[in-house]
Design a protein around this ligand. Sequence first.
Ligand code: PAF
Length: 522
Amino acid sequence: MVVPLPLLRRLAELQAWRRSLGEPPVLVPTMGALHGAHGDLIAAAAATGRPVLVTVFVNRIQFGPGEDFDRYPRSLDADRALAAAAGATALWAPAEADLYPLGPDGHLQLEPPLPLVRHLCGPGRPGHFRGVATVVSRLLALSGATTLVLGEKDWQQLQVLRAMVRDLGLPVRLLPCPTRRGPDGLPFSSRNSYLSEAERQQAAALPRALAAAAAAGRAGRQDGAGLEDQVRHDLEQAGLQVEYVQLVDPLLLQPLDQLRSLGLLAAAVRCGTTRLIDHRSLMTRAPIVAIDGPAGAGKSTVTRAVARQLGLIHLDTGAMYRAVTWWLQRRGLAPQEGPELQAALEGCGLRLEPRGDREQEVLIGGVTVTEAIRTAEVTAAVSTVAALPGVRTYLTALQRRYGETGGVVAEGRDIGTAVFPDAELKIFLTASVAERVRRRQADLQERGLPVPAAEQLTLEIEDRDTRDAGRAVAPLRRADDAVELVSDGLTIDAVVERIVDLFRERVPVEALLRAGGEPPAP
Ligand code: PAF
């Protein structure tokens, strides 16, 4: 016998359900009329292995006057069946009086940051994002959920809700899912049910126009106005009424005059009486993550794990410095500037080759040296070699060449400042000296090596920091737009999760997939 999905109506029912759980639920907020894209959200929530609460609530306060609140499709029985099939644990369909017992006006309303609503849907739907933030904050508070699953189709909504979670310091993790599209390219949306057959065909011009602009972007058309005009022209040709077409920065949602590495080209149209939105990520290359920070902050382990999670290549710059050091040692050369160094660099034929596990083999003169460069002799000399301006210039150029098409996660001390200053995400990963001393001691102990006193290691680490920050060439410093992450008290997994989340804020999953990456695991 199939047990129907629990349907919770009143607040008391929700509260009793919550008490029956051993852990906080994952929330999938919807307005009902569920379809395949909602199914994807529910399945992603279920993949976390935690209880999944789907909510169905048509939220009056996010609709403007004259919008479709009254005719918004309502189909609770079908929603319940779809939610159950997709892996939900319960469906909560509250009455307005449960969510807003004092009436919507009697409750705190959350005003989104102005820059996030100044463009795209903001001007045409005043108050809409306030209504969305307000209802989602109520749903989170009442359900006690600590994970929130949302679709990337409503990218602006996603950024507003991210700002809400961040600014209110909510203990909530946001899990975005890529847009699901029909065979004609149109994104799944409950509002598609308003379209007649003929209108549906006409509406397919929206994803087509955005895809054509993306192709033009790849072919070199990079001025924002040119790309927007092209889309507008195509939409008007198809008889759609254009509300806006805008190229924006995906994180800040501010207009871009020029497509640099990644932009979000978004549009809203009317097809008959139906308002439709869609967007497309435009890229001139695949995304890049740059991770800098002082020695001993855990950069190498974290960088490797982030690359694996995102399905991008780990550009092991440390291995490149090791390879040059090994090469100089093999040739019996002292680590110093001069014509001999130049000749050695020109002749070393350093190459990286994909190994199939997101890591790369290191080759010198066609010979694999990935393991050979890990000797104690190389370790002892690599920081002196890495400080030579000639080596720095040679390897920076080589690293840039490897990063030209993007798709890499790289770590170092000048990756975000000198090598990839236009990386989509720059992290400055650091930890207090005391924490780094503790980690170093634990590491030495684990390897059965002598463990120096904390005082001695403190002096060594402080001295290394001062030298790294004061170098004439490639000093260690945080890029102005880097996110500082202090890893004290955090596990490696927690640091990696934080970096993956920061990446998701800046790079839609859709863009990552197009770039050959993988959707990060929930
Ligand atoms: O995206 C939606 O369906 C709604 O805006 C949401 C997030 C459920 C809030 O009502």
